[in-house]
Design a protein around this ligand. Structure first.
Ligand code: SF4
Length: 214
C-alpha cells in the first residue's frame, strides 16, 4: 500500500480483515479526486456545517466500511460502551458519531472523521449517473440555497469535461474488495453494530486459539 493513500494508520488489534489496505487506497484515490474537483469547480462545504449528517434520514454504509472504526473502538476499549449505546437503535436515528453538543474536549461534528464510510466522503463532491448515463452532481441544500444555480453551473462544467468522482464507481470498487461484507448497505448505526459484533467474535476466537496453543 502506498503510504500516502491511507489517511490513518490502520488499527492494530491482533486480528486481520483482508482488504482494509485496499479500502484506504480507494479512499486515498477519492480524496485526491475530490480535492481536484473542488478546486476546479470552486466549491466547498459551508463553514462548520453539519447539515448532511444531522438531517439525513438514512446514512448508509456497508459492514466492511465500518470495520476500521470498529477495530479502532475495540483497540481503544470502547466497543462495549458503543454496543450498549447502539442497543435498540432505530434505522432513522442520527449517526452515533455525530456530536451535536460540543464540550471543551470534544468539538461539534463527526467524532470519527478519519474512519467515516464512503458516503460521508462522497457526499457533496460527487455525481450520480442519470438514466442516459450522464453524470449529475449531487449538491446539498445549504449550498444550493447559498449559491443559486450552482448545480446547473457545475453540471455544465462536467459536460465540458470537468472530471468528477462517480458514486456508483466508488461503491462498486469497495463492494469488489469484499463482496460478502461490502456489497449490502445498512443504516450507518446498524452497519457499525454488525461490524463491532464481527470484530468482537474474531477477537474472542483469536484469544481462544491462543489459550489452546498455551
Ligand atoms: S460518520 Fe461522521 S461524517 Fe458520516 S454521518 Fe456520521 S457523523 Fe456524519
Amino acid at each position: 500500500m502506498a503510504e500516502s493513500s491511507s489517511p490513518i494508520p490502520l488499527p492494530s488489534v491482533e486480528i486481520h480483515f483482508p482488504g482494509l489496505e485496499q479500502l484506504f487506497e480507494v479512499y486515498g484515490e477519492l480524496e485526491r479526486k475530490i480535492a481536484d474537483f473542488k478546486e476546479r469547480a470552486g466549491i466547498d462545504c459551508l463553514w462548520k456545517c453539519q447539515t448532511c449528517c444531522s438531517t439525513a434520514k438514512y446514512v448508509e454504509a456497508s459492514i466492511f466500511e465500518m470495520l476500521p472504526l470498529s477495530l479502532h473502538l475495540w483497540e481503544e476499549g470502547r466497543a462495549e460502551e458503543i454496543l450498549e449505546k447502539l442497543e435498540g437503535v432505530h434505522p432513522e436515528d442520527l449517526c452515533i458519531s455525530l456530536n451535536l453538543h460540543p464540550t471543551e474536549e470534544v468539538p461539534e461534528g463527526c467524532m470519527n472523521y478519519s474512519f467515516r464510510p464512503l458516503v460521508c466522503r462522497l457526499f457533496g463532491f460527487s455525481a450520480t449517473v442519470d438514466k442516459n448515463g450522464d453524470p449529475r452532481i449531487v449538491i446539498c441544500k445549504p449550498l444550493k440555497e447559498r449559491h443559486s444555480g450552482i448545480d446547473h453551473r457545475i453540471n455544465e462544467q462536467i459536460r465540458g469535461n470537468l472530471p468528477v468522482p462517480l458514486m456508483p464507481d466508488f461503491s462498486r470498487k469497495i463492494a469488489f474488495i469484499d463482496p460478502r461484507l461490502g456489497q449490502e448497505k445498512y443504516p450507518i448505526n446498524i452497519a457499525l453494530w454488525e461490524a463491532l459484533e464481527l470484530v468482537g467474535q474474531k477477537i474472542h476466537l483469536h484469544k481462544a486459539a491462543e489459550r489452546e496453543r498455551g
